[in-house]
Write a protein that binds this ligand. Structure first.
Ligand code: SF4
Length: 354
């Protein structure tokens, strides 16, 4: 893993070898304090480390102060163009800013933002999206978005902050085109020591968006690149957090409670395994320990195929098997199979013994 310069976003460390932080974004304006707070707290419960808020105007920037009083998850104020909103957001106690210093006008505006950010130890994320590269960058890079252009755009903003001796920087270069996003982050990682926030932007709805994000973010994480991630979905942000946790679990970076493996079923299956797997997956959410649980479709091959699982069940005709680490413990009537599995896992959660 590439070790980057560490920054602190409230209580969360980003970069420098810290665990990869999961981010999501609230769908509420901060002025809707009670709705926004309920959503932020739910995201925190679900595993979000940091939540970003769009701050479109002064009222929103001021409302962040009320929001901070009733939420525990560090908040990032997402601001476009108006440096005064950044100042108000910082006065409201925001934990980080997402603002591009090259877009806030005169140098004196940058200085005002940077001075307060330094005083309050608030990091700034620079965010470049392929779809909104400035005209001069597009002209220099063939007239259309490229990974090279995104990196050049990001580094322009970085330079402005560095000229003011500000180094608590996080950078993101996002594109909806996965290969472009991967290339841009690889290039950027070579050129900078700042932590990188990864995401495939406008990734789409749940199914497509999760796959695109998993490929883009997952590829980079496997390269050792990336300090914080957001799966962006056209869906409930709670699903973004769930998908992010799955990505981190799948590549063995960070485990969040049990991981379920299940077979695709075949002609040997004599139970409704799809339904069984859905029920088990749902029930596993109450557990915290990072164990592997298998739900398999036949007693002949199931226990062996899922040998690496800590616990598992294999459905049969009217009767199934309960197994641990590939070894069958007992056979159980089909309708009691899931309960028997849950009892074993509950016992393990309490006693810690497989
Ligand atoms: Fe088929 Fe059994 Fe393998 Fe599932 S575990 S895919 S049912 S052979």
């Amino acid at each position: 893993m590439k070790i980057t310069r560490q920054v602190r976003v409230g209580k969360v460390l980003v970069g420098g070898g810290a665990p990869i932080a999961i981010q999501s974004m609230s769908t509420f304006n901060p002025v809707d304090v009670s709705y926004a707070a309920a959503q932020i707290n739910a995201l925190g419960e679900a595993g979000a480390d940091i939540v970003r808020m769009a701050v479109p105007n002064k009222q929103a920037a001021e409302a962040l102060a009320d929001l901070k009083k009733v939420t525990k998850v560090p908040l990032v104020a997402d601001i476009h163009f108006d440096y005064r909103l950044a100042l108000t957001a910082m006065e409201s106690g925001i934990d980080a800013l997402r603002i591009n210093p090259g877009n806030i006008g005169k140098r004196e505006n940058v200085i005002k933002v940077v001075s307060m950010a330094k005083e309050k130890q608030i990091p700034i994320r620079i965010g470049i999206n392929a779809g909104s590269l400035p005209m001069h960058i597009l002209k220099e890079h063939g007239g259309h978005p490229t990974a090279e252009g995104m990196v050049a755009g990001a580094l322009e903003h970085v330079k402005i902050l560095e000229e003011e001796n500000f180094f608590d920087i996080v950078i993101s270069v996002k594109a909806t085109d996965v290969p472009m996003m991967v290339k841009a982050n690889r290039m950027l990682s070579e050129k900078t020591i700042y932590p990188l926030h990864l995401g495939v932007t406008e990734a789409g709805t749940l199914y497509r968006g999760t796959i695109k994000s998993a490929i883009g973010i997952g590829t980079l994480l496997l390269d050792g690149i990336g300090d914080t991630i957001r799966v962006s979905l056209t869906d409930d942000p709670l699903k973004e957090v769930k998908a992010a946790k799955e990505i981190l679990s799948s590549i063995g970076k960070q485990l969040y409670g049990p991981v379920m493996i299940s077979c695709p079923t075949c002609g040997r299956t004599q139970v409704n395994l799809i339904k069984m797997a859905q029920i088990v997956e749902e029930k596993l959410q109450q557990f915290k320990k990072p164990i592997k649980v298998a739900v398999m479709g036949c007693p002949v091959n199931g226990p062996g195929e899922a040998r690496e699982a800590d616990f598992g069940i294999a459905g049969g005709k009217g009767c199934g098997l309960l197994f641990k680490k590939g070894k069958v413990i007992r056979s159980v009537p089909e309708e009691q199979l899931i309960d028997a599995l849950m009892e074993e896992i509950e016992k393990f959660e309490k006693e810690g013994d497989i």
